[in-house]
Structures are given as structure tokens and as C-alpha cells.
Design a protein around this ligand. Structure first.
Ligand code: HOZ
Length: 439
């Protein structure tokens, strides 16, 4: 595999950007390689600057549910560009997108469009605090809700692999109101509520945790969060930045039949453009400026190019679900990949088109279980896949994503390559023994 151009771009990039990247996980640090620079992507394939082709299971970390560069989405974006890139004023398409979101996710009675998941979660929490008049929040160890100061406590995603779970540069006073409970552990939540009666503004949770690999909620866990937040008058926020429109058209809240008070969306909702949304109950969202006292604003919020991409993506998802049962199809393909990962001894968690293969023997039900993974082994697996044209997350603690564009042929090819990993490893070990015998 040629990597000359990637390597030379990397040498330039490290002088200009921290780690040569604009988002930490892209630096490939936890898999001991230098980043691959990508040039273009189409369908289920992504191509690097050296001309290498990969079957892509990163899908831009989630937005690419239709595959890359869907012709209809590209057409909508081009058409929107012709009309103007940004107005900083309301447009009709913001209403169209909001109505679509509300139709698919009825708990989103009132919403606000922003540009990133970080912005959505930060604003949702501010709103919950403004609404309840309380300061404390509960988050879960290993759940990631973006990089705003108050949420970088025991966070997942790259904060986990770079071993800086609590980021430098965050004053202790910013996180003193962030209480941390354990995922799938009801008791830890009960204790925090009992100790902090009438002080907790909200509980924020990824209904499927997808930033410490993929950890599924145990039966009754989300229902329990609904009950306890109701009991103590706290707002329940589902961070569906990853699960929204991925687990099904109505997200994880529809799948698990638990309705939160507020929801955050990102990734798929922007169809590949920077777009995120927070919203929920009208009586809560009425606290947002300009009608309420919770301030939040943004020049590019509801951007016309992003709304065009988002609307077209959601329309295609609805049509495909009605015509072909899209989500069942996605799940079937993903289950095939999961079975190959299990065959080579990985511990696999999967829901729909979201999955993670952990290099551990232990069942993974929370952050501590995820940390039992052999990250060195994962790095070897990652490198082997990359060198064989399969692109998965360069970190043990990120999810794998499938798209509608993944062909059966490419899935089968991927499974063959995954299943060969064990043979290759045995081969490597064998040649290492032979080398030693020569010495
Ligand atoms: N926070 C994203 C993974 N959970 C990574 C974003 C990126 O590097 O593009």
C-alpha cells in the first residue's frame, strides 16, 4: 500500500495543526500510525490521496447512512449553493426540516438548529438549567456529549484514548456541577438524586452509548431514567447525535419507547453538512431566547446548504424505509459483519447499523468493561484491515457504521478479510519464531 503522499501531507500538517488534524481521533495515535489523508468518497468507498481504495465503515462518524455523495443530496446541495451560501436570516427550508424532524420524532415539539453536536448538547443543558432554575447535571461515565467545558468529565470518544478524560484547561469550578453516574447502574443514579435533592437540572445520556465503542442500555435502564427524572422534577435529555435516524426513523427513543423531555441531534440530520438540533417540550424550549431568558445564537445556524442536505437525506430515508424496509436491511448487513468479528474472538455489541468489536473476552456493559479491551491488539487489527482496503475507526472506543451503499459483495469481502486475521496472526507469529531460530 502506497502512502507517500499521505506521509508528506502529514509532515506538513503537524506543523500547522495540533497533531496534524482538526479533530483528535483522526491522528491515528491510538493505533500507532500516521493519518491517512482522504481525497474523495462515493457510495461505500473512500479514496486516499495515494489512490488507495477502502470500504468505509467510519462513514464520517455517522452522517453517511446513505453512503457517500448520494446523487440526490449532491444535487440538492448544488442547487442550494446557487441560491446563496448563508443569509443569517430565516429561510423556508428551516421550517420544512423542523416539520420533518417533528413528524419523525414527536417529542421534538419545539427545536433550534445549530452547527454541531457539541453546540446542541451544551445549549440543551443550558436550557434545562434555565427551565428548572437548578445547576447540577448528571452524565454517565464513558458517554460523550461533545467538548464543552462542563461535559468533559469522564467522557468517551477521543478523550478516552488520549488518556485525558478530564481535559486540561477546564477550571474545576466549571465541572463542579457535573455529577457522574455509571451507565446501566441504576443505584449510582439513585444515590446522586438522593444526595442532591431538588438540585439536579437534568440527566443527559446517550440512549445507546456510542463513544466507548457501542454499549447497549440494559432492559429497563432508560425507563428507570424516565421515572427517576419525573420523580425529582429533572429534565431527561437523550443525546441522539449518533442514534437519531440511525437506529430507526424515530431514533433510539422510538426503538426503546422511552420519551425524553429534550433531544439533541446531529450527524445524519445534516446529511453530511454541519448541522445539529436541540429541542423538546414546548414548555421547556420556550425558555430559549428571544422569547425566553436562556441565550443561544449563531450566524450559520439553520444554514441553507445544511438544511437542503438534511431535508433530502431525511426524505430519502423515509422513502427507502417505506419501499424497502431500509433499517431491517441495514441491520442484516451489520449482523453479517458482527458474526465475522465474533468468529475471530472479539466481543461484539450491535444495534441496527451501529456496532463495535472489542478485543476482550468480557461482555461490555459499561465503561469499565470497555477498558478491559486490548488496545494493542486492536491497533494490529486496524492496521491489518487498513492495509487490506478496509477502513474502520482508528480507535477501539469508536463505533463502526454501515450504510445503505454497502453492497453485499463488499460485505462478503470484508468478512473474508476479517476472518483471515487470525490466520495472518498465526503466520506472523510463525515467521517471528523462524527469525529467532535463525539468530
Ligand atoms: N467525535 C467524533 C467521534 N465520536 C470524531 C469526529 C471527527 O474526528 O470527525
Amino acid at each position: 500500500m502506497r502512502q507517500d503522499m499521505s506521509e508528506s501531507l502529514y509532515q506538513k500538517a503537524v506543523k500547522l495543526m495540533p497533531g496534524g488534524v482538526n479533530s483528535p481521533v483522526r491522528a491515528f495515535l491510538s493505533v500507532n500510525r500516521s493519518s491517512v489523508f482522504m481525497e474523495r468518497a462515493k457510495g461505500d468507498k473512500i479514496y486516499d490521496v495515494d489512490g488507495n481504495e477502502y470500504i468505509d465503515y467510519v462513514c464520517s462518524w455517522g452522517p453517511g447512512i446513505l453512503g457517500h455523495s448520494h446523487p440526490k443530496v449532491i444535487e440538492a446541495v448544488k442547487e442550494a449553493c446557487e441560491r446563496g451560501l448563508t443569509f443569517g436570516a430565516p429561510t423556508r427550508n428551516e421550517i420544512v426540516l423542523a416539520e420533518m424532524i417533528q413528524g419523525l420524532m414527536p417529542s421534538m415539539e419545539v427545536m433550534r438548529m445549530v452547527n454541531s453536536g457539541t453546540e446542541a448538547t451544551m445549549s440543551a443543558i443550558r436550557t434545562a438549567r434555565g427551565y428548572t432554575g437548578r445547576d447540577k447535571i448528571i452524565k454517565f461515565k464513558g458517554c460523550y456529549h461533545g467538548h464543552s467545558d462542563g461535559l468533559l468529565v469522564k467522557a468517551g470518544s477521543a478523550a478516552l484514548t488520549s488518556s485525558v478524560p478530564d481535559s486540561a484547561g477546564v477550571p474545576a469550578s466549571y465541572t463542579e456541577n457535573t455529577l457522574v453516574a455509571f451507565y446501566n447502574d441504576k443505584k449510582s443514579v439513585e444515590e446522586l438524586f438522593e444526595k442532591n435533592k431538588d438540585e439536579i437540572a437534568c440527566v443527559i445520556v446517550e440512549p445507546i452509548a456510542a463513544n466507548m465503542g457501542v454499549v447497549l442500555p440494559e432492559e429497563g435502564f432508560l425507563e428507570f431514567l424516565r421515572e427517576i427524572t419525573n420523580k425529582y422534577g429533572a429534565v431527561l435529555i437523550f443525546d441522539e447525535v449518533i442514534t437519531g435516524f440511525r437506529i430507526g426513523l424515530g431514533g433510539a427513543q422510538e426503538y426503546y419507547k422511552v420519551t425524553p423531555d429534550m433531544t439533541t441531534l446531529g450527524k445524519i440530520v445534516g446529511g453530511g453538512m454541519p448541522m445539529a438540533v436541540y429541542g423538546g417540550k414546548k414548555e421547556i424550549m420556550e425558555h430559549v431566547s428571544p422569547i425566553g431568558k436562556v441565550y443561544q445564537a449563531g450566524t450559520l445556524s439553520g444554514n441553507p446548504i445544511a438544511t437542503a442536505a438534511g431535508i433530502t437525506t431525511l426524505c430519502l430515508l423515509v422513502k427507502k424505509e417505506e419501499k424497502e424496509g431500509l433499517y431491517k436491511k441495514l441491520e442484516k448487513k451489520t449482523t453479517r459483519i458482527a458474526s465475522s468479528l465474533r468468529k475471530i474472538g472479539l466481543q461484539v455489541n450491535q444495534k441496527g447499523s451501529l456496532l463495535c468489536g472489542y478485543c476482550t473476552k468480557q461482555e461490555v456493559k459499561n465503561y469499565e468493561d470497555a477498558l478491559t479491551s486490548d488496545t494493542k491488539k486492536y491497533a494490529e487489527f486496524f492496521s491489518y484491515l487498513l492495509d487490506n482496503g478496509i477502513y474502520v475507526a482508528p480507535s477501539q472506543f469508536e463505533a463502526m457504521f454501515l450504510s445503505d451503499a454497502h453492497s453485499d459483495e463488499d460485505i462478503e469481502k470484508t468478512c473474508r478479510i476479517i476472518e483471515d486475521f487470525v490466520t495472518v496472526q498465526v503466520g506472523l507469529a510463525h515467521s517471528a519464531v523462524q527469525d529467532r531460530m535463525k539468530d
